[in-house]
Ligand binder design. Structure first.
Ligand code: CA
Length: 517
């Protein structure tokens, strides 16, 4: 009897090992505010990202990937749950409280299925991660951490580190991967970067090689004037001209640098700052100067991160893990890189709601493929669960993208729903929801009673609102029906979450104070 038990035990262990062997490891890489235009695997780029581009060359590039709410925390909550904001309860960075990690999530389901799970780097959900065997996330009051010498938070408490955040996160991820490689269980690692979030501080290598004289091409709309246009765009506090702080444009140095780091920072920016102070620039020239500082530090930050992502992918290669590891690269949303004279995100505009999405899985995906299918961050959890052979207990809003892995030209007719709630909030972007069909986008700014309709084929930069144009009457009717269908499908409540009365005035005061720093 005893030997039978032993045999049963051996066979069940063997079965588990075989089942694990069939399941891929999963490495999910998410950066923060990385616009499609700043990934060279996508055409029209402004820079080179050789580390990230490897995933496109060796895997599948999604050309029409979007988020359902273009703001940091809510995007991450959607990634974890496969649900839009109203169903996972995390609407806003500013007033949603903390994310409820005890609901059905991707990490909990994978952990229950035997995966060795970890999250390292950016978390930004104001709660301790749930469903992870290991977690080590960057930390401060706004959950942002800092670029240099950040604090990390784990089950044992808060740890102050020294160094550059992208390098530290990668060191930690490599250490964990090294240990995970000896575990028979497949791994699921979320490796999330802070970079290139505001205030775009590059790593030491980029500071050492900083060239003040490099000139990056300006977007056509850098000096766009919203006077005379609709109120919600005019009222938004997004402009480089008015809302970029001294810290943002490197006129002031962060207070927490070591003396060695401060010397590097000075060597990059001090001389340019002296010339700026003595130049007495006109309004437009000032915007152009700020834009150059902004875009060049943004690019340099991405380069600092890209090198680290390359280092992690190298490790997968040299340790023999690449073949059976599904790797995802994406961002929590896009970003305005000077378009409309703006920075930041939040809008349903292509620039801010579209994301890079690259997936490599040599056992399943032909190298160098790409797809036009409309996909969204609600699909991440269903896709990774499908790849792992795990069924969720309750339905998710997203769908598995595995059919596109096998055939990028799979027939894929789909409308996407978008809903932004964070108003009142930083940058004054109004609440809005909308439908995206691929060619058309209809957006309802419901507290202004305003609509926007864009025809992306005729107007890819979304500069001409066609709402009310009689040539688009029947299209508008059709889009309104599609929008209603989506709101019913996802059971979006008619009533929005409310914010405390003082939140709006508090945020506007903070924005004014930030200008003085
Ligand atoms: Ca973000």
């Amino acid at each position: 009897m005893r030997s039978l038990n032993l045999l049963t035990c051996v066979f069940s262990l063997l079965g588990a090992t075989l089942a694990f062997a069939d399941r891929p490891n999963i490495l999910f890489i998410m950066s923060d505010d990385h616009a499609v235009r700043a990934v060279s695997a996508y055409s029209g780029g402004i820079m080179l990202t050789p580390g990230i581009d490897r995933l496109a060359r060796e895997g599948l590039r999604f050309d029409r990937a979007y988020v359902g709410n273009a703001i940091c925390g809510p995007s991450r909550a959607t990634m974890l749950t496969g649900l839009h904001s109203h169903a996972n309860g995390f609407y806003s960075n500013e007033w949603s409280g903390s994310f409820d990690g005890f609901q059905q999530t991707l990490p909990r389901l994978l952990q229950d299925a035997g995966y060795n799970t970890a999250v390292i780097g950016k978390w930004h959900l104001y709660s301790d991660p749930v469903g992870f065997n290991h977690w080590d996330v960057i930390h401060n009051i706004f959950e942002q951490g800092s670029y240099y010498n950040p604090e990390f938070r784990g089950p044992a408490g808060v740890e102050l580190t020294e160094g550059y955040v992208a390098e530290l996160i990668t060191d930690k991820a490599l250490a964990w991967l090294h240990a995970a490689a000896n575990d028979p269980a497949p791994f699921f690692l979320i490796y999330n970067h802070k970079t290139p979030h505001r205030d775009w501080l590059p790593g030491p290598h980029e500071l050492r090689s900083w060239e003040e004289s490099t000139h990056i091409e300006e977007p056509d709309t850098l000096l766009r004037d919203f006077n005379g246009e609709n109120a919600m765009r005019r009222d938004a506090r997004m402009s480089i001209a008015e809302y970029m702080t001294n810290g943002d444009v490197k006129k002031s140095m962060p207070g927490n640098l070591t003396s060695e780091q401060a010397v590097l920072w000075e060597s990059a920016f001090a001389e340019g700052n002296r010339r700026y102070e003595s130049a007495d620039l006109s309004h437009d020239a000032d915007v152009r100067w700020k834009y150059q500082r902004y875009i060049k530090t943004y690019i340099a930050s991405v380069q600092s991160m890209d090198r680290e992502i390359g280092r992690l992918l190298d490790y997968l290669d040299t340790s023999g893990l690449s073949d059976n590891t599904l790797v995802v690269y994406t961002s929590d949303q896009g970003f305005f890189l000077g378009e409309n004279g703006w920075f930041d995100k939040r809008w349903m505009d292509e620039v801010s709601s579209r994301i890079p999405l690259l997936v490599r899985w040599p056992q399943r995906i032909p190298a160098g493929s790409h797809t036009d299918a409309m996909v969204q961050n609600i699909d991440f959890a269903p896709t990774l669960l499908d790849a792992a052979g795990v069924q969720p207990h309750r339905p998710m809003h997203g769908v598995s993208l595995l059919p596109l892995f096998d055939n990028p030209n799979t027939n894929w007719d789909r409308d996407l729903y978008y809903h932004f709630y964070e108003n009142p909030g930083f940058h004054g972007v109004p609440r809005h929801y909308g439908v995206h069909t691929g060619r058309y986008k209809l957006v309802h700014y419901y507290r202004y009673g305003e609509w926007e309709l864009f025809d992306l084929e005729a107007d890819p930069a979304e500069q001409y609102n066609r709402y009310g144009d009689e040539r688009y009457e029947s299209i508008t009717r059709d889009l309104k029906n599609r929008l209603l269908t989506l709101r019913n499908k996802y059971q979006v409540p008619d009533r929005d979450p409310e914010t405390p009365w003082y939140h709006g005035p508090l945020i506007r005061t903070l924005e004014q104070l930030m200008k003085l720093l």
